[in-house]
Each structure stands twice: as structure tokens, then as C-alpha cells.
Design a protein around this ligand. Structure first.
Ligand SMILES: Cc1cc2nc3c(=O)[nH]c(=O)nc-3n(C[C@H](O)[C@H](O)[C@H](O)COP(=O)(O)OP(=O)(O)OC[C@H]3O[C@@H](n4cnc5c(N)ncnc54)[C@H](O)[C@@H]3O)c2cc1C
Length: 301
């Protein structure tokens, strides 16, 4: 194994936090994951650009992490640099109905901001524990809304550390999917919202939150829905029909409350979650002829 402190020869004075052999379990909502050789939290775009240049020069692997709420990090950890977009990417500014938002801005904070300012269009995102960057990659969505509905432009850095701006057309958003150039690190976006009554916005948010609390196992660590819904059907329903609801493996379990959630009941390993994912897929295929496609991303491959 590479001696961890030698993994990356950092430029002097690079603003950020650089942690070695950092357990990813502390950076994912699943609370699962082995160590990243290096976890880098660059404080802003300039530091990020320098970091990317260094990584490229030293031919290291990197993986971009937002709030880790759609991720399963493998038990063996990650060989390379995990770049966490957080501190240093938290600005938001407003010009009428348009917001310029950094990618490390929290989605719940963005939803609250819109509600306070009487801007409608993000209500659906209430209760989604991601960052804006993660939501832009996943084209996160719920209750009939999705990120793509509000996006005017997305910008970020290429693996060479060069700035790049993309239009929604270039990103080609679809259901829980978006196409960015390989290795692209999103640093911000322009969103367009509509003026709305604060009371109506808050009412919609309260309704969506109560639905989440009623239907989702929010008291245990998870990564939200594990599979995408097949066209015209719900993965939750299919997993239950395939007889997988409540199935357990070690500390991991298919939630009884919402069968498309796998929850960490305590000390679950990524290997256990992956084995449950495979079992659900094979049961859904054998019993129903349906191929379920994971929505959750795997960090470590
Ligand atoms: C309880 C719960 C409920 C949830 N409900 C929903 C829901 O209703 N709808 C929904 O769509 N999702 C839901 N999710 C999943 C998740 O919260 C969203 O997908 C969220 O948008 C992910 O954001 P993140 O910052 O946590 O991304 P991460 O999990 O950190 O990353 C997700 C992907 O985005 C990439 N990425 C992250 N940031 C950047 C960046 N700045 N630049 C480039 N790539 C980046 C990562 O490499 C990874 O491929 C839920 C999760 C939980 C735990």
C-alpha cells in the first residue's frame, strides 16, 4: 500500500483540509465505507483547480463527493483522492428570480432559502439530504419535480483544472441521470425559479415532509432509494412483490417501511448491502422478469 502521507505531493499553501486514511463511513449517509487514501476538502475553486492539476500530474484516481447521501462506499475504501465539495463552495446570490448557487450548498438550506424569499420550484426537494452538486449529477427529484426543471447553467472544472460552463441541453438531463464530461467537478449553477406565495410554498413543503416521514425509514442510516423506478412502475412495489421486504444480511436490511430503502441497522458492511442489492435484482428478474437498475452510486470501483 502507498504510504498515505506520500499519496499526493501538495502545493505549498493550498487552502483546504487534507485527511489521510480517512474513513468514508463518516462522510456518507449510509455510515458505511472504508478509508480514502486521501480525503481532500479544497476551500474554493482556485484550490480545487490546483488540486486537480496535481492529481493529473501524479496520475492518481479521484472521486468527487458531495454530501454522500446517494453513495455506497466499499469496505476496502478508495485508492486515490476523494474530493469533498463542501466548505469553500457555499455561496448563494440572487438576481430577481435567478439564483447563483455553489455546488456545496445544502439542498435543504436551498429549499428553506427559496421558501423564505417567496421563490417556488424547489419545494419537492424538502427532506433530500444532498448538496446541490450531487442533486445536479443525480437529477434528483420527488413528488413530480426534479432538478432539471430549474437549471439554466452548470459550471465547474475539467480534470485539467479548466473552467467549463454547460447548458441543460449539453447536460441532457433524464430520469435520475445527467451527462457531464468524465471527471467533471461541478462548482456551481444558475437556477431559475418562479415567484410564489410563501404560505403556499411552505404548505407544499409541509405536505411533502409529512409524506416522507410516513413512508420512509428516516431514523436509520440509508442512501435513499436503492433502485430507479422502472418505466410506469415503482421499485418499492416490485421489491415487495418479489418477497424481499424485511430481508436481512448482517447489519443491512431491506426496510419494512419502504422496500426500496436498504437500511444500516448497525455496523452494516458495504459487502452486505451489495449482496442484498444482487439478491433483490435476481429475485425481481426471476419472479417478475424485471431488471432493476441501481440509483445509488458505488464509491470504490
Ligand atoms: C433519506 C434519504 C432520502 C432521499 N430522498 C431522495 C429523493 O426523494 N429524491 C432523490 O432524487 N434522491 C433522494 N435521496 C438521494 C440523495 O440525497 C440525492 O441523490 C442527492 O441529490 C445526492 O446529493 P449528494 O450531495 O449527497 O451526492 P453524493 O451522494 O455525494 O454523490 C452522488 C453522485 O454525485 C457526484 N457528485 C456529487 N457532488 C458532485 C460535484 N460537485 N461535482 C461532480 N460530481 C458530484 C458523486 O460523484 C456521485 O456520483 C435521498 C437520500 C436519503 C438518505
Amino acid at each position: 500500500m502507498v504510504k498515505s502521507s506520500k499519496i499526493l505531493d501538495l502545493p505549498q499553501g493550498l487552502a483546504g483540509e487534507f485527511l489521510f486514511n480517512e474513513p468514508l463511513s463518516g462522510h456518507t449517509s449510509f455510515r458505511i465505507g472504508g478509508p480514502a487514501e486521501m480525503l481532500a476538502i479544497p476551500y474554493g475553486e482556485h484550490s480545487l483547480a490546483e488540486l486537480l492539476v496535481k492529481i493529473k500530474r501524479q496520475k492518481l484516481n479521484y472521486y468527487v463527493l458531495g454530501n454522500g447521501s446517494n453513495l455506497l462506499a466499499e469496505d476496502r475504501g478508495y485508492k486515490g483522492v476523494v474530493i469533498k465539495i463542501a466548505r469553500g463552495f457555499k455561496n448563494l446570490s440572487r438576481d430577481k428570480n435567478r439564483l447563483t448557487v455553489d455546488s456545496g450548498y445544502s439542498l435543504p438550506a436551498l429549499v428553506d432559502y427559496c421558501a423564505r424569499e417567496g421563490l417556488s420550484g424547489m419545494e419537492w426537494a424538502v427532506g433530500i439530504p444532498g448538496s446541490l452538486g450531487g442533486a445536479l449529477v443525480m437529477n434528483a427529484g420527488a413528488y413530480g419535480g426534479q432538478m432539471a426543471d430549474s437549471v439554466k447553467k452548470v459550471w465547474g472544472l475539467t480534470p485539467e483544472g479548466k473552467k467549463l460552463k454547460l447548458s441543460p441541453k449539453q447536460i441532457d438531463f433524464s430520469y435520475r441521470q445527467a451527462n457531464y464530461p468524465k471527471g467533471f467537478v461541478i462548482t456551481g449553477a444558475e437556477l431559475e425559479l418562479k415567484p410564489g406565495r410563501r404560505s403556499s410554498i411552505k404548505k407544499a413543503m409541509a405536505l411533502y415532509l409529512s409524506k416522507r416521514k410516513k413512508n420512509q425509514p428516516l431514523t436509520l442510516p440509508s442512501a435513499g432509494c436503492i433502485f430507479k423506478n422502472p418505466p410506469g412502475d415503482s421499485a418499492k412495489r416490485l421489491i415487495a412483490v418479489a418477497g424481499m421486504k424485511g430481508q436481512k444480511l448482517g447489519g443491512a436490511a431491506v426496510s419494512v417501511k419502504h422496500a426500496n430503502f436498504i437500511v444500516n441497522q448497525g455496523g452494516a458492511k458495504a459487502a452486505e448491502v451489495l449482496a442484498l442489492i444482487k439478491k433483490i435484482q435476481s429475485q425481481a428478474y426471476q419472479r417478475l422478469g424485471i431488471r432493476l437498475i441501481p440509483e445509488v452510486k458505488i464509491l470504490g470501483k
